[in-house]
Design a protein around this ligand. Structure first.
Ligand SMILES: Nc1nc2c(c(=O)[nH]1)N[C@H]1C(S)=C(S)[C@@H](COP(=O)(O)OP(=O)(O)OC[C@H]3O[C@@H](n4cnc5c(=O)[nH]c(N)nc54)[C@H](O)[C@@H]3O)O[C@H]1N2
Ligand SMILES: Nc1nc2c(c(=O)[nH]1)N[C@H]1C(S)=C(S)[C@@H](COP(=O)(O)OP(=O)(O)OC[C@H]3O[C@@H](n4cnc5c(=O)[nH]c(N)nc54)[C@H](O)[C@@H]3O)O[C@H]1N2
Ligand code: SF4
Ligand SMILES: [Mo]
Length: 684
């Protein structure tokens, strides 16, 4: 490795680690290997898929010029056009839609393909200036955020590096071996150095569960029952720190009376765990304060996910684990960065009085479902940036039907020819993080980072912010940001936030925003006027609160299995992909194999399914074909399909989200990706 040709950058993907990177720059303008920066938390380690990023930046199918559709919608037949022509057409179609049906008929649709603050939020600035429809960003973190905010009331928590001092680490509904490799590194270290014990709570033996001292393989969507029974044992056996509870929480008396009837036997019937497993976990948890719980997103992707996550978050507030190093809980670190967002969101423009459309319900929205349209007009024009809803959103059939509507204009700004891009009328080539500047926070650590371009744009690729500036010019949208370049945006945000400038951060490598111990452990008080809430004020957290229990409980809101749909499907991410990104690179495809359904051996015997055979999975929404893996690593009655594969990787060209429902998770929305009732049968 030639040090002179290493350039610093930051991984922009939607992954808690937000790794600082060192990128090999080759003489021909391409990149070579990508390495991890020597920064805290990352310690020079990155995942294999980003180490091989050259495969993605220089992918033969990379979108390199603007394209216009020349075949039927969705067929993927395109011809190159110029940038001016493409931008003029998008602006014309937006103007037309606004003139005919009002500005709200334009729906800018964007998500976290890049986590960089400038590029990720570019479309929101245009939306605000033009009065286009708003977007509820629910597809990932709404349910988890609602559950966490219900009790804790602030979006940060313990620094993961404290795990080095934990006695007990609980990974609850997360799979860091795949989704957060650095957390796994810290867990391994804690176990080796201090003999910390690892408990993993997951409906299947994930890569992380594989490594656990104890794996609690519960039924999906039953975490609330488990948490409540643990609380029962903590109260019963005197493991509650009364002094802590008195000082830092509210509602404990009601909680104690409420959980008195929620015994381990009661929870065993709901979770499928044994009473002994539940009691042993409760005692292990309650007999040390150095217990750190990682509350993952997986447990929140059920219709009762917010309730379940809140229930689990009650445990450290009972034992007082928050008071010690290596104790407490972690959900997301994202709220710890004090970023002044006015420039990012164009928030100095008045917020237009427009409806907000739920991005997870894109199928229902494009279908014209009156509830989903929130009282506004049909969507007539879209620009999609940094997300691939045709593959990642629930209700695939409805999404595809909607995107193919004759009366809908769709522009997609992409790096890769995704399923969503294939539906576009106009495709625009997007830069990768190596080709544009940005500013990065993280949801797994507290180091703020910046990056300048490492290579020139590939082909005619341009950044999200540039595209928005060009459209603003054509549409007459006015805001200072539209005239600024990417780097000026980064500089402006840093200055407004009172943070060091780009050069200073680059020279240091990062800017440390780690909250103090007292703040991270809420010793200065929790979010809601200082106290942790055992009885949430759900109404203040989201509008859809009527069905939620007043106190932590098992809320029977999940999609019910029945005689016709006896299996519960979960669809966790693949280690080798990042959502649907990397699912098109040769090495990730090779490592991931093929779309596979994990089914317990006992269920396979009953269904006469053999390993490697094709099975059809289905429900009222449709069916999907995948290869069977016979396993003991999942509870009978639960089946798992890992990875957001490209749709074309499935035998019938349509992927797993065909089976997933689009109804929102109460109280604040979210997609119930791990909460689907299905049937399974052998495919001849
Ligand atoms: N390699 C890789 N890394 C990623 C991603 C990726 O696609 N690939 N995606 C990134 C993104 S966007 C996110 S949001 C994070 C998500 O990362 P995580 O927080 O780890 O969440 P998930 O991966 O959705 O699910 C984690 C585990 O929850 C389990 N689970 C499912 N249902 C339940 C349940 O009802 N209860 C419990 N206790 N567990 C359940 C699943 O089986 C899975 O093993 O990872 C990020 N990192
Ligand atoms: N079945 C199932 N479905 C899921 C999940 C699951 O666990 N199971 N997980 C859900 C979760 S947690 C999430 S967060 C969503 C994520 O879903 P998405 O947000 O759609 O994430 P990706 O699939 O990674 O797609 C991001 C796209 O953005 C593009 N991109 C990257 N950077 C840029 C840029 O700078 N500019 C532009 N214009 N484009 C860019 C990439 O090429 C890529 O195609 O998926 C959800 N879907
Ligand atoms: S995907 Fe995650 S682990 Fe991999 S380089 Fe990016 S931030 Fe780091
Ligand atoms: Mo996510």
């Amino acid at each position: 490795m030639n040090q002179a040709n290493l350039a610093p950058s930051v991984c922009p993907h939607d992954c808690p680690s937000a790794c600082g990177l060192m990128v090999e720059r080759l003489a021909d303008g391409r990149i070579g290997r990508v390495h991890g920066a020597k920064m805290p938390y990352i310690e020079g380690v990155i995942c294999a898929k980003v180490a091989r990023y050259a495969e993605r930046v220089h992918h033969p199918d990379r979108v390199t010029t603007p394209l216009r559709r020349v075949g039927p919608k969705g067929a993927g037949a395109f011809a190159p056009i110029g940038w001016d022509e493409a931008l003029d057409e998008i602006a014309d179609r937006f103007r037309q839609a606004a003139a005919q049906n009002g500005a709200e008929s334009v729906w800018p649709y964007f998500y976290a393909g890049t986590m960089g603050l400038v590029q990720q939020n570019a479309l929101n600035r245009l939306r605000r200036a033009m009065g286009y429809s708003g977007q509820a960003k629910t597809i990932c973190a709404s349910a988890a955020g609602a559950g966490w905010m219900a009790g804790v009331g602030a979006k940060w928590g313990v620094d993961a590096r404290e795990m080095a001092e934990s006695d007990l680490i609980v990974i609850w509904g997360a799979n860091p071996v795949a989704t957060q490799v650095h957390l796994m590194g810290l867990i391994n270290q804690a176990r080796k150095q201090l003999g910390a014990k690892l408990v993993v709570i997951d409906p299947y033996r994930s890569g992380t569960a594989e490594k656990a001292d104890t794996h609690l393989m519960l039924r999906p969507g039953t975490d609330g029952a488990l948490a409540v029974a643990v609380m029962h044992v903590l109260f019963r056996e005197g493991l509650v720190d009364r002094g802590y509870v008195e000082r830092y929480t509210e509602g404990a008396d009601r909680l104690e009376a409420h959980v008195a009837t929620r015994t381990p036997a009661w929870a065993a019937a709901i979770t499928g765990l044994s009473e002994a497993e539940i009691e042993a976990f409760a005692r292990a948890y309650g007999t040390t304060k150095r217990s750190l719980i990682r509350l993952g997103y997986g447990m929140s992707r059920s219709r009762n996910g917010a309730v379940n996550l809140h229930a689990a978050s009650c445990l450290p507030a009972l034992t007082g684990a928050w008071e010690v190093t290596g104790g407490g809980a972690i959900q997301s670190a994202s709220g710890g960065f004090a970023i002044e967002r006015t420039l990012i969101d164009a928030a100095d423009l008045p917020e237009p009085k427009v409806r907000t459309l739920d991005m997870s319900r894109i199928g229902a929205v494009l279908d014209g479902d009156p509830g989903a349209l929130a009282g506004g007009p049909q969507v007539a024009a879209m620009l999609v940036q940094s997300t691939n809803p045709a593959t990642v959103a629930p209700e695939t059939d409805r999404v595809w039907r909607g995107l193919a509507r004759d009366d809908l204009f769709v522009a997609v700004h992409e790096q890769a020819m995704t399923q969503t891009a294939r539906f576009a009328d106009i495709v625009l080539p997007a830069t990768t993080f190596l080709e544009h500047a940005d500013l990065y926070t993280s949801y797994g650590h507290s180091f703020l980072q910046v990056a300048r371009p490492v290579i020139d744009p590939v082909g005619q690729a341009r950044s999200n912010h540039w595209v928005v500036g060009q459209l603003a010019q054509r549409l007459g949208a006015v805001h200072p940001s539209f005239a600024m370049d990417d780097e000026a945006m980064v500089a402006g945000i840093l200055a407004a936030s009172g943070l060091p400038d780009i050069d200073a951060i680059l020279a240091a490598g990062w800017h440390d925003c780690t909250p103090s111990f007292d703040r991270a452990h809420f010793l200065t008080g929790f979010g809601h006027g200082g106290r942790f809430r055992f009885a949430p004020n759900w109404a203040a957290i989201g509008p859809d609160h009527a069905r939620l229990p007043a106190l932590p409980d098992h809320a029977a809101l999940t999609e019910a299995t029945d005689a016709l749909h006896p299996f519960r499907l979960i669809t966790p991410p693949s280690r080798h992909f990042l959502n649907s990104t990397f699912a098109d690179t040769a090495s990730s495809q090779k490592l991931a194999g093929r779309p596979t359904v994990l089914i317990h051996a006992q269920d396979c015997r009953r269904l006469r399914l053999a390993d490697g055979q094709l099975a059809r999975l289905g429900n009222q929404r449709g069916s999907v074909v995948a290869h069977v893996a016979v396993t003991e690593a999942i509870a009978p009655g639960t089946v798992a399909v890992e990875g957001i594969w490209r749709d074309e990787s499935f035998v019938e060209g349509i992927g797993i989200n065909r089976l997933v429902g689009g109804d929102p998770i109460p109280p604040a929305g979210g997609a119930a990706f791990h909460d689907t009732a299905i049937w399974v049968r052998g495919e001849a």
